[in-house]
Design a protein around this ligand. Sequence first.
Ligand SMILES: NC(=O)C1=CN([C@@H]2O[C@H](COP(=O)(O)OP(=O)(O)OC[C@H]3O[C@@H](n4cnc5c(N)ncnc54)[C@H](OP(=O)(O)O)[C@@H]3O)[C@@H](O)[C@H]2O)C=CC1
Ligand SMILES: O=C(O)CCC(=O)C(=O)O
Length: 377
Amino acid sequence: MDTSFPYCDQFGPFKVIHLYEPSLPLKAALVVDNVALGPAIGGIRMAEDVTTEECFRLARAMTYKNAAAGLPHGGGKAVIWADPKMPPQRKQEVVRAFAQGLRNEESYVFAPDMGMDEQCMAWIRDEVGRVVGLPSELGGIPLDELGATGWGLSHAVEVIAGECGFPVAGARFVVQGFGAVGKHAARFLGDKGAVLVGASDSRGAIRNEQGLDVARLIALKQQGGSVVDYPDASAISADELIEIQCELWIPAARPDVINRANVGRLNTRAVIQGANIPCTPEAEALLHRRGVLCLPDFIGNAGGVICASMEYHGATQATAFEAIEEKILRNTEQMLAIMKAQSLLPRQAAESLAQTRLQRAMAYRRYSLFSTAPHFL
Ligand SMILES: NC(=O)C1=CN([C@@H]2O[C@H](COP(=O)(O)OP(=O)(O)OC[C@H]3O[C@@H](n4cnc5c(N)ncnc54)[C@H](OP(=O)(O)O)[C@@H]3O)[C@@H](O)[C@H]2O)C=CC1
Ligand SMILES: O=C(O)CCC(=O)C(=O)O
């Protein structure tokens, strides 16, 4: 096997680019997976322990997510090897250099992921344009500030809870990672009467079976604190979060956090994947065998990119939020229908949904993964 192309299959990746500038330093990678549907949209992740393999897996998740959501966009993702909590001036230099390094990569539309926010997107806009998730002052729909992904997840939960046979009101849930996705998912689920019984961030984890006050936790995070500063809860180890008895367990941070080593300790009826690729395929199969319904990332967490795509095409915030609700309800229901009709795992059913659309688009092209037409990208 040729090891220079370790990730290739029929869907991509179309391009893998490494960026390096020693004076900053800047180390980054961009994977443009598949642009048969249009220019790739996918977030930029800043973390010290990212890998090119993680970037490829995240880019593939975007290819499926954008296809399943019916967006005119392919999938891509970028990673920057750096501490997202570095001083703001330094972060600005790194992000601006990253944008400059990719200024001619028109097959990729920049967007936010972990460690990035509206401010970072504004710097990119200032350098090269071609960016979504902008502050509203620059005509954007600030998807992280508004909680576009949490909004979508809360609608997927309605369908999943119905399928599992429990009401959302009163359902106990746990959120791992209290950032843009996790905190807003908690807020929208709290509005439906669900009860947050455990939460974590990069500094630790807490639990309270009587319920955590979501608004108070969000205020704490906004002031720069951690969930561990919340007073009315027991501090637990990050690892213990997985054992809390609940109806919904929501990973909203890093990849592969549910894996062969810990999946047996999950004590939930459903896993709602707010994060991208939070479960290994083996863990998903084990959960399915145990009757725990696992909603795949690219079906449930598509709210952010639906919002991003609609911003790119000039829609308003209200229209974007309506589209998120409609698309996520529909996709979750369709995925369950395929899963039951064909006796598949949830992810297999979801992939079948996405791949059908992708294959149709690819069949229209001279080259399967991209188009050569002027202005196609
Ligand atoms: N933003 C979006 O719209 C979308 C995001 N996603 C995915 O959701 C996930 C989260 O993204 P997002 O919310 O934007 O990222 P953020 O950077 O806004 O938040 C990440 C959160 O995870 C916490 N965290 C980091 N490492 C750990 C860890 N090891 N254990 C527990 N918590 C941890 C952070 O802690 P601290 O607060 O202490 O830094 C923070 O609270 C990612 O997988 C992303 O790809 C998917 C779809 C759309
Ligand atoms: O949040 C965005 O705008 C980009 C979407 C994305 O990266 C994701 O869905 O993981």
